[in-house]
Design a protein around this ligand. Structure first.
Ligand code: CP3
Length: 345
């Protein structure tokens, strides 16, 4: 095993155990913070915030000023990749992302992988700036969306409860789908490697739409492309620390870990702790998995559940986190209570 770095969260990803688990909060920079809303209001649009290093650095650091978290996560979005490939991406107030959907070979032909790194240079500048402003013991997390999750937005044009449009396209147009996935694997590998070069300690691969897939589609849409992505990264950086987050993959998580070789895996809040203890924790560091709505509601029900999660993974490599992103209506006092409880104060 490699030596400890002193960055608690990075060390935990690599399998080291501490008495107090390191923690961060998925989507920790965002609208539940008034100081985020202020910076956001000063930008033309959400993507401008992602592409203005000075502002992106500021909002990345905001949650660490308030809470004793062990990591900063680069402020950006998974949909900067379709934007960089040349697809039209917009973020509508109160509506979430809206993309001009990819529907045929012509739409696909307009996308260009060769443009991606140039376009995303401001994001890489943000990573560099963060590296130099973060304390030594804090881990810097970079990220991208996994190819399938990004493809669901590119094909569907927006989020939906079941991503049916993308699932149908993948089945009806397997060749075009494969071309798109290969492009995403290529672009994401280059992007993550560039994030490591710029100073990221670890990267998380967000597979937010691993749910709703039968086992064959899970293998083809989620596992195989992620295996290729990991291979491309590890060909250049054999020790690259990676966190996978296959949300909703349930009993398919152990297979995902074995196939991809990620060091750590994010557990969504529907994952039973006993299943995770028996079948997942022996294979990788686990991260999670408090229901974000328990954090909204706060109080005893939240702290009791936090204790169950902490006890389930005691003595094993565990990063405390939510089981999905924090939501805008979360009271800041509840986040403080959560962090103090996990840190045992
Ligand atoms: O602290 C952080 O984690 C900040 C960086 C970050 C954002 N998005 C900022 C953001 C990260 C890691 C993401 C990941 C992301 N983006 C995912 C994967 C995680 C997940 O939640 O499943 C997905 C699916 C997206 C795509 C996306 N971006 C959606 C669906 C939305 C709209 C929903 C929403 O939360 O508003 C976004 C917009 C977005 N990305 C916001 C933020 C802070 C809110 C937009 C705003 O401030 O105007």
């Amino acid at each position: 095993m490699v030596q400890r770095t002193g960055k608690k969260l990075l060390d935990c990803v690599r399998g080291y155990v501490d008495d107090v688990p390191p923690m961060w909060i998925m989507r920790q920079a965002g609208r539940y913070l008034p100081e985020y809303r202020e910076v956001r209001a000063s930008t033309k649009g959400f993507l401008d915030l992602c592409y203005t290093p000075e502002k992106a650095i500021e909002v990345t650091l905001q949650p660490l000023r308030r809470f004793d978290l062990d990591a900063a996560i680069l402020f950006s979005d998974i949909l900067v990749i379709p934007d960089a490939l040349g697809q039209n991406v917009r973020f509508e107030q109160g509506e979430g992302p809206v993309l001009e959907p990819i529907e045929n070979a012509e739409d696909l032909a307009k996308l260009e992988v060769s443009k991606v790194l140039d376009h995303l240079n401001p994001v890489l500048e943000t990573v560099k700036g963060l590296r130099s402003s973060l304390d030594e013991n804090k881990t810097l997390i970079g990220f991208c969306g996994a190819p399938w999750t990004v493809a669901t937005y590119m094909l569907g044009g927006r989020g939906s409860p079941d991503q049916a449009k993308a699932r149908l396209f993948a089945l009806a147009e397997p060749e075009l789908f494969q071309q798109l996935m290969d492009m995403l694997v290529e672009a994401s590998a280059e992007y993550l490697l560039a994030q490591f070069d710029a100073g990221a300690d670890v990267v998380q691969i967000f597979e937010s739409w691993a749910l709703n897939l039968d086992e064959v589609n899970f293998q083809n849409f989620v596992v195989n492309p992620t295996v290729k992505l990991v291979e491309k990264i590890r060909a250049v950086r054999p020790d690259a620390p990676l966190i996978g987050f296959p949300r909703g993959a349930a009993a398919m998580v152990p297979g995902y870990i074995k196939a991809t070789g990620v060091n750590a895996v994010g557990l969504d809040y529907a994952m039973p702790l006993e299943f995770a203890r028996e079948h997942i924790s022996p294979l990788a560091t686990v991260q999670g998995n408090l229901d974000p709505l328990r954090l909204v509601s706060g109080g005893k029900q939240m702290l009791d559940r936090v204790d169950q999660i902490l006890e389930a993974f005691e003595g094993r490599p565990h990063i405390f986190n939510l089981g999905h992103g924090i939501v805008p209506q979360t009271p800041i006092a509840h986040v403080e209570a959560l962090v103090n409880h996990v840190k045992g104060r």
